[in-house]
Design a protein around this ligand. Structure first.
Ligand code: FAD
Length: 342
């Protein structure tokens, strides 16, 4: 093992001085790596006021905290984010650099790795150090195959997928913050404001503990020979709003709007789970009126506890793809569930 080995964690500080959950997860991953290797841990912070975040880093065992502050660096923008990350990496001189795979870091870190002359691996779900050898795991082919990679080149940048690690809960500990003097690069992008999507049924809520998936069956003719789309919408939204669950959909359901069929107006392709959709990491998932075909279920790879409601005892979920299959009418079940939630 390289005796000069050390680990650096890069994190953005939020405008209120806190660290967002993905950054806290990166702290867990990086601190665990430094501990397994028995090497020093540094934390590099970018943000207006790094004091509170630095104390959390100290609680995680960081012996060195370096920061880039200043108004220009608090705004998300390639030129300034890349300059800040490069300066932090150079100042820390670490061989292993860990960061959260947020959209902000993902946009710049490949470029930063190129500037500091090292490789980068993204979508890392696990970092293991055994006998001084570091390897990382990530999933390939839409979560069907897990591969592990080890590299000898340094510095090596490891970008960790949010939702794969516990958030660091270390008690704050005092640590000195070294503020770096970084020249603001030529900036052509002005950040004029932030427009965030309303957190509601139109987005997947990564922090929710439950994922409720709606399938195309909600819009199909029911045993009485009629469709009941308005009631389906009310049942799904009733459950989502009562539980603050995240709303997912099958491809067939979210495609319906493009095909001129009866639709649930709040479902869009942003909700799609599966091979050509997303692979969220909620703790529990409940599939309703969804057949459970493989291109859909592959998006459930990281859902820990799975349940499904389907009229058909031979649906895809019955082929070992769910922990519990309720062979039942989802209209009846969700009516009862919503009554109980009220
Ligand atoms: C290359 C490729 C990529 C794909 N990518 C994706 C993807 O990313 N995501 C995805 O979802 N699909 C994907 N698909 C499509 C996938 O194969 C399925 O066609 C799709 O998931 C089916 O959607 P569904 O289960 O909602 O609809 P359906 O297959 O129509 O199933 C509806 C289900 O609802 C049940 N049902 C009806 N009424 C009730 C009721 N009252 N109570 C309970 N159950 C009821 C029925 O029994 C039926 O099982 C992909 C396909 C291909 C070829």
């Amino acid at each position: 093992m390289d005796s000069a080995m050390s680990v650096l964690i890069l994190a953005h500080v939020e405008s209120d001085g806190s660290l967002a959950r993905p950054a806290l997860e990166a702290l867990t991953a990086g601190a665990g790596l430094a501990k397994s290797l028995g090497v020093p841990l540094s934390v590099g912070l970018v943000g207006a006021d790094p004091a509170a975040a630095a104390a959390i880093a100290g609680g995680c065992g960081a012996t060195r905290v370096v920061a880039v502050t200043g108004a220009a660096f608090t705004q998300p923008r390639y030129a300034t984010d890349a300059a800040a990350a490069e300066a932090l990496c150079r100042a820390a001189g670490a061989q292993l650099v860990v960061a959260a795979g947020t959209s902000r870091w993902m946009r710049v870190l490949a470029g930063v790795a190129q500037r500091i002359g090292g490789p980068i691996d993204t979508h890392v779900t696990r970092i293991v150090a055994e006998g001084g050898v570091v390897s990382v795991a990530r999933w390939y082919y839409r979560q069907r195959i897990e591969g592990t990679t080890s590299r000898s080149e340094r510095p090596w940048m490891l970008v960790v997928d949010p939702g794969t690690h516990e958030a660091c809960e270390a008690a704050p500990a005092a640590v000195t913050v070294e503020t770096l003097d970084v020249n603001v690069p030529d900036v052509r992008t002005a950040v004029t404001g932030v427009r965030a999507p309303a957190a509601g049924e139109q987005t997947i809520r990564p922090d929710a503990s439950l994922l409720l998936v709606a399938g195309a069956g909600w819009t199909k003719k029911q045993p009485d020979g009629e469709t009941h789309v308005p009631e389906a919408a009310a049942l799904i939204l009733g459950c989502i709003r009562a539980t603050q669950a995240s709303l997912g959909g099958s491809k067939s359901l979210v495609d319906l709007s493009g095909e001129g069929q009866a639709v649930l107006p709040f479902m869009t392709h942003l909700n799609q789970i599966g091979q050509t959709g997303s692979s969220p990491r909620h703790r529990k998932g409940l599939a309703t009126c969804c057949h459970g075909e493989e291109p859909h279920v592959v998006g459930w790879r990281f859902i820990t506890e799975r349940r499904a409601i389907n009229l058909n005892p031979n649906c895809g979920w019955a082929q070992g793809k769910t922990d519990v299959l309720y062979v039942a009418d989802a209209f009846q079940v969700m009516r009862k569930v919503n009554d109980l939630l009220r």
